[in-house]
Design a protein around this ligand. Structure first.
Ligand SMILES: CC(C)(COP(=O)(O)OP(=O)(O)OC[C@H]1O[C@@H](n2cnc3c(N)ncnc32)[C@H](O)[C@@H]1OP(=O)(O)O)[C@@H](O)C(=O)NCCC(=O)NCCS
Length: 181
């Protein structure tokens, strides 16, 4: 059963050894929810296990494998909102998603995954519904890029873009790290 509360806790003040100190994005709502199959979703950034996130994104993800661990830590640290899925018994993180947003109207969903051993149990839906439908972005316009799992995202209102959406798919200097100036 979902529960939400307001918190003024600064993520920069986190003492978690798992998360690097970082700038805190504007974030006023902490939402916690539990699935019925021994897992819970939590949007507390201090609870993230960056080792799990980095291992998946650097060895299994089919996207953005060029990222360094520092890149991933920066993206996680600069996220508007993160959601982790955790096994209740062990507390281990088994799923992740991050979002970029202006905090008012628009957001971008990225790096959605559930570890292979835990797939097919509704955790992808728990992750995406927590991020999209059960938090401060529930009325936002959302964007994502994915090569598969379209069926998962359709459940939350995602559709192929119409001719009002324009995307610059390729950077002007392909092959260079995107943050190269
Ligand atoms: C995509 C992913 C997050 C789904 O996680 P999951 O825990 O297995 O998903 P769920 O058990 O909640 O199933 C979600 C629903 O989406 C569907 N679905 C799951 N993966 C799918 C895929 N690759 N393609 C199409 N539909 C998919 C399921 O059939 C299910 O539908 P149903 O409820 O009608 O049966 C997981 O397979 C994963 O991490 N894959 C590797 C990373 C990835 O591809 N991420 C997406 C790119 S952004």
């Amino acid at each position: 059963m979902p529960r939400s509360s307001t918190t003024s806790r600064s993520c920069a003040a986190s003492t978690s050894p798992r998360v690097s100190p970082r700038r805190c994005p504007p974030r006023t709502t902490r939402l916690w929810t539990r699935s019925s199959v021994g897992y819970e979703a939590d949007d507390d950034p201090a609870r993230l296990d960056l080792g799990v996130i980095w291992t998946f994104l650097s060895t299994e993800a089919y996207w953005h494998r060029w990222r360094t661990r520092a890149d991933v830590e920066k993206q996680v640290g600069n996220a508007w909102r993160v959601v982790g899925v955790y096994e209740e018994e062990s507390g281990d993180q088994v799923g992740f998603a991050r979002a970029i947003s202006d905090g008012v109207s628009d957001a971008y969903l990225a790096d959605v995954f559930v570890l292979a051993a835990h797939r097919g149990r509704g955790l992808g839906k728990l992750l995406v519904s927590t991020m999209i439908d059960e938090g401060p972005g529930r009325n936002f316009r959302w964007v994502l890029f994915t090569a598969d799992a379209h069926g998962l995202y359709r459940k939350y209102g995602f559709r192929a873009a119409d001719d009002k959406a324009l995307v610059r798919m390729e950077p002007p200097s392909p092959g260079l790290h995107p943050s190269t100036s």
